[in-house]
Write a protein that binds this ligand. Structure first.
Ligand SMILES: Cc1cc2nc3c(=O)[nH]c(=O)nc-3n(C[C@H](O)[C@H](O)[C@H](O)COP(=O)(O)O)c2cc1C
Length: 413
């Protein structure tokens, strides 16, 4: 294949599937000032002699200054140094503004907080297409902050974490796991009573995460447990924002990648109002919900990659705010219901989680939906109470124990 046949966008996109390290290469210029650039191409080259390399762009204005300096220093950036990375790769502005550093033994800048630094002198340079291959000889080095390095992958920044640490690294998840434990029995009973899958979805900062699932394993090809999604309006976060203050709702709406204003904003606010009034919400089967479901399944299968995150945000941006409860008047509307979602409140009356019924019977009747709704609301209230939460005074009161008998297993399908 000729080089010219390769589409540059596809080339970048496909190579973006390989993660790279993120290093800041620093030096002191002729005027005695610190200079630096970020490279994703830093690599070890040889052990004996100790050589490292990176691939500067021929168009780089900083690289010639590094090449001409008597020494340079590789700084392995830590996961907490994304802002340092952005500043050190920005085309405009002082790259060292506000960045604390001290000189390496050779005099090149060591950036405070970097995981490790490697002091080098220029060794050799090769030409390679529109880049150079630049090799340095290591003269000194140290690990100064033995923490997780910053990683660049598919156009996004992340951190390395060993697989066993992924859950442990999430702050506050213990609380959601405890909630899942106290909800387990109720969720099993609910799932059995309505013949569907019941998921517990909890808020974690500005994300929501599936923390438990009960019932109907045979009909759910992928378990979404462990998958977290950004709370981008309108697709994600509606239920949790229905009982929030106008300020909180406003900042949620502002997190949308496309402006939510005018009719779209009014539609969404009306939707929140209707969720608050009814005490629950439904999701309809349409192209967007099935696209979103497919993206979530892909996340469960392949992990939370930056690309799948972007896909979810883009799908959500395409959806308009529509009142999602009013049309629930007849069997035709009911047949289109894809999921049913009711809130679980914490002790401060925030909707901190919710239980969602999915994998409902094919084309459910209105009678089924109504009965499943009573059962869902009763279960959600019971989990709220059992976990020490308090429903807001405005929350619609739900049926008590007799809700359980509204839907007999024989009526399920
Ligand atoms: C994650 C990341 C990796 C980068 N990798 C390289 C690289 O390997 N080689 C390179 O020349 N520039 C790379 N750059 C771009 C440079 O940091 C910088 O933006 C570019 O050199 C333009 O600035 P300059 O003209 O001052 O060099 C990378 C930028 C980022 C954000």
């Amino acid at each position: 294949m000729q080089g010219t046949e390769i589409d540059p966008r596809q080339f970048r996109d496909i190579l973006g599937h390989s993660p790279t390290s993120v290093a800041a290469v620093t030096a002191i210029n002729d005027a005695g000032n610190p200079i630096g650039m970020v490279v994703g191409t830093f690599t070890s080259v040889s052990l004996n002699p100790p050589l490292i390399g990176f691939l500067p762009d021929r168009g780089s204005s900083t690289f010639p200054l590094i090449r001409d300096a008597h020494s340079f220093c590789i700084n392995i950036l830590s996961a907490a140094q994304e802002s340092v990375c952005r500043q050190m790769s920005a085309r405009q502005g002082d790259r060292f503004k506000g960045i604390a550093w001290h000189p390496s033994p050779s005099g090149a800048p060591v950036i405070d907080g970097a995981v490790a630094w490697i002091d080098c002198v220029p060794e050799t340079i090769f030409e390679a297409g529109d880049h150079f291959i630049f090799i340095g000889r290591v003269t000194d080095m140290a690990v100064t902050n033995p923490t997780f390095p910053l990683v660049f992958f598919q156009g996004g920044y992340g951190a390395f974490a060993s697989k066993s640490m992924v859950i442990g690294a999430r702050e506050g998840l213990a609380e959601q796991i405890r909630l899942a434990d106290s909800a387990r029995e109720e969720m099993e009973e609910l799932a059995n009573a309505v013949g569907a899958v019941c998921r517990l979805i909890a808020v974690e900062g500005d994300r929501q995460i599936v923390v438990a699932s009960a019932g109907g394993e045979d009909r759910a090809p992928t378990s979404l447990v462990g998958v977290s999604m950004p709370m981008v309006p309108p697709l994600f976060g509606q239920l949790f924002n229905a009982w929030e203050s106008p300020e909180a709702v406003d900042s949620w709406l502002k997190s949308s990648p496309v402006p939510v204003d005018g009719e779209r904003r009014d539609g969404l606010l009306a939707q929140l109002e209707s969720i608050r009034r009814e005490g629950w919400m439904v999701g309809w089967a349409d192209n967007h919900t099935s696209e979103a479901a497919a993206a979530l399944d892909a996340m469960a299968m392949h992990g939370q990659t930056p690309r799948l995150e972007r896909e979810i945000v883009e799908i959500s941006a395409k959806i308009d705010g529509v009142d999602n409860l009013n049309p629930l008047v007849d069997d035709t509307a009911a047949a289109n219901v894809k999921f049913m979602f009711a809130p679980i409140f914490d002790s401060a009356q925030h909707a901190q989680a919710g239980i969602m019924l999915v994998n409902l019977p094919e084309q459910p009747t209105l009678e089924y939906i109504n009965a499943a709704k009573e059962r869902l609301l009763a279960s959600a209230s019971s989990i709220t109470r059992r976990s020490g939460g308090v429903s807001p005074a405005s929350y619609p009161s739900v049926l008590g124990a007799d809700a359980t008998s509204t839907l007999q297993p024989t009526e399920r399908l």
